[in-house]
Each structure stands twice: as C-alpha cells, then as structure tokens.
Design a protein around this ligand. Structure first.
Ligand code: C2E
Ligand code: CA
Ligand code: CA
Ligand code: CA
Length: 276
C-alpha cells in the first residue's frame, strides 16, 4: 500500500474484501452479481481538445453490492481475473456498452476495457464480433483499451490477436501509458490508434516547474510521429485543460468534463451537447 492516507485506506479495504476469509465469499458474490444483474456500466466523456465536444465515452464497470454498496472495480476486477470470471464479466460489459452506444449519435465512440486475460483468449474476436452484430454499431465506433499487461502473454499469439482485432475494424488504445515498464518496443509491435496518458502524469502538470508537462510533451511527440492519438486521463481542473491542449494531446478525459455516469444521464448529456 502507498504511504498516503488514500493508499492506506485502500490497503485495508482491499484486505477486507480480498483477505483469505472473505475471498471465497467475494467470488461467490461476483457470480451472483452477474446472474442477478447487480452490475451496470457507467460512462465517462472523452472530449476533443480541438472541437471541445464529446467524441466518445469510456465504459467503466460498476457493482452495486446488496450489502457492501458500491464496490470499486479496482477491488473486484483483480479477483475476477484470478477466479476466471473476468471473461463472462468482460463479455457482459462489451455487449452492454455496445448496446447502449447504439442509442447515441453515430459519431460518438465507446471505449471498453479489456483484461489481459480476455486478450489471451482466442475467442475474443468472436465475442467482439457478436457484440458489434447484436448492437449494430460500426466497428470503428468501438475502441478496446488494453494495458501493457497483454505483452506478458506469449508473443506470437498476442501479435495474432492484434491482427485479428484490427481486422475487425475496431480501434485499439494503450491504457495507463507510463505506469508499468512501458517499453517503447510495445508501441512498435502493436497497431494502437491511441495512447492514454496515465493520470499520474496529469497531476501537478499545470504547476510551474513540474516535470510532468515535459513527460506529457514527450509522449505526445512520440504518439504524433507514430500517427497515434493521445488522451490525457484524470484531468480535474480547468487550468489543466489549456495546458493539455497546448502540449498537443488530442483528447481529454476527467472529472473536469464529467464523472462516470449512468446510461440515462449520458443520453441527457448528449442531447444537451447537441443543442449547443
Ligand atoms: P482505468 O481504465 O484507468 O479507468 C480510469 C479510472 O480513473 C476510472 O476509475 C475513472 O473513474 C477514474 N477517473 C476518471 N477521471 C478521473 C479524474 O479526473 N480524477 C480521478 N481521480 N479519477 C478519475 P474506476 O471507474 O474506479 O476504474 C478503475 C479501474 O478499474 C480502471 O482504470 C480499469 O483498469 C478497471 N476497470 C473498470 N471497468 C472495467 C471493465 O469493464 N473491465 C476491466 N477489465 N477493467 C475495468
Ligand atoms: Ca481504461
Ligand atoms: Ca487508464
Ligand atoms: Ca488505471
């Protein structure tokens, strides 16, 4: 756990949920959640720095536990990955997000997080194809967010998976860029359309003398050269918008433009944006 208050809090909460005694319980609860519709998808706007309009939403899984209340995906996704439930849950998210995006204007994209475990399963392209077909959305409206964890998989099969997914016409984004080992070799190997710059680089970037701005600038330069878009994540305050735009990021995502919200709220946001 991190040394700050938030990190410590997370450590204890996580122990509470994932600790040996409650672990099995959490697994059972996750199974029930899927069967009894306790999940929903929240959507967070992604805004173009150029047009300042919403061009897409990221789908973020939410679990309303009957007694524990809202459980963070940061808590239960790792458990779902370990107990083999992530594939069923991930498929549910993909289907739900595509179905809900089908009700949005046809130029608004939806981004869905894909676990490295889903990515390692040869069935993923079939799952994606089926979600696209059932919802009727164009493949180019779907963006799959992948973390560098996928590169820990066997090389040949991950290369094959990238080809298959690109072949379907969906977009690929490299999530949380800058957090893990971030070998630049990943960027060469995989056909990403977008790099998502982790929020840890956005924090403090607007403060004079902060090095994060220089790091963001370097990532953007690299992405531009490779023909990839960039989203700055976790943008919380107005001051950061101008800076991020000046640093050349093509997209902004963060509380400054909206917290993750339910599908019905998204429809209201889109209707309001349309009337602007
Ligand atoms: P992520 O993919 O990096 O998602 C961004 C996280 O940052 C979300 O947390 C979002 O609510 C939060 N965020 C957005 N803007 C701001 C901001 O301005 N300030 C701050 N402090 N935070 C902001 P969330 O929804 O709790 O999700 C946490 C992580 O759980 C995600 O990180 C992702 O790794 C995972 N996750 C969520 N949904 C799914 C899913 O459907 N499938 C998989 N495999 N993972 C998921
Ligand atoms: Ca993400
Ligand atoms: Ca991220
Ligand atoms: Ca993250």
């Amino acid at each position: 756990a991190k040394a700050d208050g938030r990190g410590v809090h997370r450590f204890f909460r996580s122990e509470l949920l994932v600790g040996a005694r409650s672990r099995k319980q959490l697994e059972d609860d996750l199974r029930t959640a899927l069967a009894q519709d306790q999940f929903h998808v929240a959507y967070q706007p992604v805004v173009s720095t150029k047009s300042e309009r919403i061009v897409g939403y990221e789908a973020l899984l939410r679990w309303d536990h009957p007694t524990r209340g809202a459980v963070s995906p940061a808590e239960f996704i790792p458990v779902a990955e370990e107990c083999g439930l992530i594939e069923a849950i991930g498929e549910w998210v993909l289907r739900t997000a595509c179905m809900e995006a089908a009700g949005w204007p046809h130029d608004v994209r939806v981004a869905v997080n894909v676990s490295p475990i889903q990515f390692a399963n040869p069935a993923l392209p079939t799952v994606v194809t089926s979600a696209l077909a059932k919802s009727g959305i164009r493949p180019a409206r779907l963006e799959l967010e992948i973390t560098e964890g996928v590169f820990l998989n066997d090389n040949a099969s991950s290369e094959h998976m990238f080809k298959m997914l690109k072949g379907l016409g969906v977009r690929l984004a490299l999530d949380d860029f800058g957090t893990g080992y971030s070998s630049l070799g990943y960027l060469k190997k995989a056909p990403f359309d977008k790099i998502k710059i982790d929020q840890s680089f956005v924090k403090g970037a607007a403060i004079a003398g902060n090095r994060n701005a220089a790091i963001i600038k370097a990532i953007v330069t690299l992405a531009d050269t490779l023909g990839m878009e960039t989203t700055a994540e976790g943008v919380e305050v107005q001051d950061e918008i101008a800076l991020i735009r000046d640093l050349g990021c093509s997209h902004i995502q963060g509380y400054v433009y909206g917290k993750p919200a339910r599908a019905a709220e998204v429809l209201r946001q889109l209707a309001a944006a349309d009337g602007m």
